[in-house]
Design a protein around this ligand. Structure first.
Ligand code: CUA
Length: 155
């Protein structure tokens, strides 16, 4: 059997595109660390209040203008409720849910995460502009979903 010349070209092109996309995906996942999270930390969702660090939610200075916000999400609020950090602070959010799936989104930034009961979610952001940043729950979580919000004050 003999292939047409054009058939041969398209065959080579399609296999080439397939290999190229696998190489790009592999490079992003393993070299750039952009793969989906795996082996994430888990927590007993029934015992969030007794499990460190979630037994003491709050804003903690952990380095030079570097902060950790230990946060629990529950129907229909965020703890801590008020967050204040200086301009230029690098903020690491460590979060879990005490009941159902909630969302954590700060419009205007790259902060957007799903926070699930039984899982610990970690996400970081540097705030270079002063202002009031709105934190929204973007996963429907019940009757009070639309009022589930808080703010981060950067000054
Ligand atoms: Cu929490 Cu919607």
């Amino acid at each position: 059997m003999k292939l047409h010349r054009t058939e041969e070209i398209w065959l080579i092109l399609s296999v080439g595109v397939l290999i190229l996309s696998m190489v790009i995906t592999g490079y992003q996942t393993f070299a750039l660390g952009m793969g989906p999270p795996s082996n994430t930390e888990t927590i007993d969702p029934q015992k969030v209040d007794e499990t460190a660090p979630f037994d003491n939610p709050g804003v903690f200075e952990i380095g030079d203008n570097e902060y950790e916000v230990v946060m629990t999400l529950q129907a229909f609020g965020f703890s801590p409720n008020q967050i204040e950090v200086p301009v230029g602070a690098e903020v690491h959010f460590t979060m879990t849910s005490k009941d159902v799936v909630h969302g954590f989104q700060v419009p205007g930034t790259n902060l957007n995460a799903m926070v699930m009961p039984g899982h610990i979610q970690k996400i970081s952001q540097t705030f270079n502009e002063p202002g009031e940043y709105l934190i929204l729950c973007n996963e429907y979580c019940g009757a009070g979903h639309q009022v589930m919000s808080t703010t981060i004050t950067v000054k």
